[in-house]
Design a protein around this ligand. Structure first.
Ligand SMILES: Nc1ncnc2c1ncn2[C@@H]1O[C@H](COP(=O)(O)OP(=O)(O)O)[C@@H](O)[C@H]1O
Ligand SMILES: [Mg+2]
Length: 267
C-alpha cells in the first residue's frame, strides 16, 4: 500500500513529496485466513441441512435399485425408475457442487455479476435450514437490477453470513425476507428477519471481530467483521436496523458504477 502526500515548507510552498510504502502481504494473508475460518464455521452450520438434502434422494435411489434388481417390473415401470434415479443423482450432484464451490478458497476476482443470481445461489445452500427451523422465506427480487462489479464468492459469503445470523436469531421460527433493489447508482440487498432483534447496548459492537452473544460452538463472532471487510473492499456499505423482539434488517449496498468498483479493485 502506497500513500503519497505533499511536503510543504513554512510558506506553504511544496518542497517535495512524502511517500510511504507498506508491505501488506501479512495483513492480506491474515484477512484471507479469517475469511476462511468463518467460511468453515458457516459450512458447519449448513451441514445438517445439506446432509438431509443428500440423504433423501439417496434413499429414493436405493429403493429404485432394489426394485429394478427384483426384475419383475414392466419395461415402462423400469424406465420410470431409471429416470427417477437420474433425477436423484443430479440433485445430489448439484448440492455437492454448490457446497464445494462455497467451501473452496478462491483468488480474489472481480467481474460483472447479477446480484439476484448470487442471492439464489446462496439460498440454494441455506434453504434446507429453513423448514427444520420453521422459517418461512419470502424473496422480492427486482428484475431490472443492473449487473454489479463484484467478487462473486465474497458477496456470497456476505449474504451467507447475514442469512445464517437471521436463522440463528429466529429460534422459534419466523419470516426471512430478502429484497433486491436499485436506486441512485446503488444496488441494495435487504436481509430481514423477525427474530430476537439486537439490544441498543449490543448494536455498536456487532461488527467487532470476535464479538458474539452466542454460545461456544454456535458463533465465532467473525461473520459481521468479515462482512464489513468485504463490503469496504467493494466500496459499499452494510447498514443495520433492529428492534428488540421485532427483528433485524441488514442492508448490503453496492455501487453500480464500474469506475468505482474498478478503483477498489486496484487497492
Ligand atoms: N440477524 C440478527 N439478529 C439478532 N442478532 C444479530 C443478528 N445478526 C447479528 N447479530 C448479533 O451480532 C453478533 C455478531 O454477529 P457475527 O459477527 O455474525 O458473529 P456470530 O454470529 O458468530 O455471533 C451476534 O452474536 C448477534 O448478537
Ligand atoms: Mg454470524
Amino acid at each position: 500500500m502506497v500513500s503519497v502526500s505533499p511536503l510543504q515548507g513554512a510558506d506553504g510552498e511544496i518542497l517535495g513529496v512524502l511517500g510511504i510504502a507498506r508491505d501488506m502481504t501479512e495483513t492480506k494473508k491474515l484477512e484471507r485466513q479469517i475469511r476462511n475460518a468463518e467460511k468453515l464455521a458457516s459450512i458447519g452450520q449448513l451441514a445438517a441441512g445439506v446432509a438431509h438434502e443428500i440423504n433423501n434422494p439417496l434413499g429414493g435411489i436405493l429403493n429404485c435399485l432394489y426394485n429394478l434388481r427384483k426384475g419383475t417390473l414392466s419395461p415402462a415401470r423400469q424406465e420410470e425408475y431409471w429416470a427417477s434415479m437420474e433425477h436423484g443423482v443430479r440433485r445430489v450432484q448439484k448440492i455437492v457442487r454448490q457446497l464445494l464451490d462455497f467451501s473452496q478458497q478462491h483468488e480474489p476476482a472481480f467481474s460483472q455479476a447479477d446480484i439476484n443470481r448470487i442471492v439464489d445461489q446462496v439460498l440454494e445452500l441455506t434453504t434446507h435450514l429453513f423448514a427444520s427451523n420453521h422459517i418461512h422465506l419470502e424473496t422480492f427480487p427486482t428484475h431490472d437490477v443492473p449487473s454489479v462489479m463484484v467478487d462473486r464468492h465474497m458477496i456470497e459469503q456476505v449474504l451467507m453470513n447475514l442469512i445464517l445470523n437471521a436463522v440463528q436469531a429466529m429460534k422459534n421460527g419466523g419470516v426471512l425476507t430478502i429484497r433486491t433493489s436499485v436506486a441512485e447508482g446503488i444496488c441494495r440487498v435487504e436481509v430481514s428477519d423477525t427474530g430476537s432483534g439486537i439490544p441498543a447496548s449490543v448494536l455498536p459492537r456487532i461488527f467487532d471481530p470476535f464479538f458474539t452473544t452466542k454460545g461456544e460452538g454456535e458463533g465465532t463472532g467473525l461473520g459481521l467483521s468479515v462482512n464489513l471487510g468485504i463490503v469496504e473492499r467493494h466500496g459499499g456499505k452494510l447498514l443495520v436496523e433492529s428492534e428488540v423482539g421485532k427483528g433485524t434488517m441488514f442492508t448490503l449496498c453496492l455501487p453500480v458504477s464500474r469506475e468505482r468498483a474498478f478503483a477498489e479493485r486496484e487497492t
